[in-house]
Design a protein around this ligand. Structure first.
Ligand SMILES: [Zn+2]
Length: 318
């Protein structure tokens, strides 16, 4: 299997495996499977099956496989330290998977780290040695390539961008607890899941907004796209929520670009790509706050590789 590498993108609800051309980043074969049982042993079975689907009888000829996991990983031991969406804590997933597929070394990384590596090798960050990748979707995460190398931090948990602390700017916004347990994380105010939750809470309290009309009164249908639509139609409440989210996201991004001086800031995820009006507010706040000296030769780009970035990056992990 000369020139071909195997990668896995392990999310909270699906596992995706792909055979990737090492020299072009092209996905040669891919297989995606839903996770019905998230116990580590069951997930090992699903991932091993997905790998056999794409590599066939050649699976045992691979000596290493890269896996991006939706959680904190310690690449050096192959352990998943914490993956709330899988319900895992200290799971030796690398060694377990290695045993199930005939002994290949398994290299784990956080899924956003894998995406950052994929975008750096063959996507929007190609050709640059310093790239900061942030995804704003149901949650918020980031990955860092610094000096041409994937930066996972001394303890393997660099890039927890969703959990930097912020001060809301809107007087009516109450302090919110994040899914990680801490108060006032960026993610608690601006990720898709949290935007939906806070708008639902406000409407439950009787706040009037076009959002209520757009979901036909069914508050369980609220998501970031609905807030975006209400903002687009001039709804004052949606404007407050989006201005705050834009300000908080744009300021946090500007702070990191000021510190890291990347050549590219690459943004992706369902909320970023699906809410262009919010994205404009984020860009405006970013441009107003970022240090001028950090913007020489700098560009903010949208992620390029789409759903395949994670699996491509995982396959290419070193
Ligand atoms: Zn948090």
């Amino acid at each position: 299997m000369n020139g071909k590498v195997l990668g896995v993108d392990l999310g909270a609800s699906t596992a995706r495996a792909a055979l990737v051309d090492r020299n072009t980043g092209e996905v040669i074969a891919a297989h995606k499977q839903l996770l019905s049982d998230r116990s580590p042993a069951a997930v090992v079975d699903v991932v091993a099956h997905a790998l056999r689907e794409v590599a066939g009888k050649d699976l045992e000829s691979f000596d290493r496989i890269g896996v991006g996991v939706c959680g904190q990983c310690l690449g050096s031991t192959g352990s998943v330290i914490l993956a709330p969406n899988l319900g895992w804590r200290d799971v030796p997933f690398g060694p377990m998977l290695s045993r199930a597929i005939g002994g290949a070394r398994v290299r784990l990384a956080n899924d956003l780290a894998a995406i950052a590596w994929g975008e750096n090798r063959f996507g929007a960050g190609k050709g640059f040695s310093d790239v900061f990748v942030v995804f704003v979707g149901s949650g918020i995460g980031s990955g860092l390539v610094l000096g041409g190398r994937l930066n996972e931090g001394s303890g393997g948990v660099a890039g927890e961008f969703g959990h930097v602390k912020v001060q809301p700017i809107r007087p009516a916004t109450r302090p919110r607890r994040c899914g990680c347990g801490a108060m006032s994380c960026l993610e608690a105010y601006t990720s898709g899941m949290n935007v939906a939750a806070r708008v639902r809470e406000d409407l439950d309290q009787g706040i009037s907004s076009l959002v209520r009309e757009l979901v036909g009164g069914d508050l369980s249908c609220i998501n970031a796209g609905v807030v975006e639509a209400a903002y687009g139609r001039g709804d004052p409440y949606a404007r407050e929520i989006w201005q705050e989210a834009g300000e908080l996201l744009g300021t946090a991004l500007a702070n990191f670009v000021t510190v890291l001086n990347p050549a590219r800031l690459i943004l992706g995820g369902g909320v970023w790509l699906g809410c262009p009006l919010l994205a404009t507010l984020v860009r405006e706040a970013f441009e107003g706050k970022v240090s001028r000296s950090a913007t020489l030769g700098f560009a903010l780009e949208n992620a390029f590789l789409g759903d395949e970035a994670g699996v491509i990056g995982a396959a290419l992990l070193e």
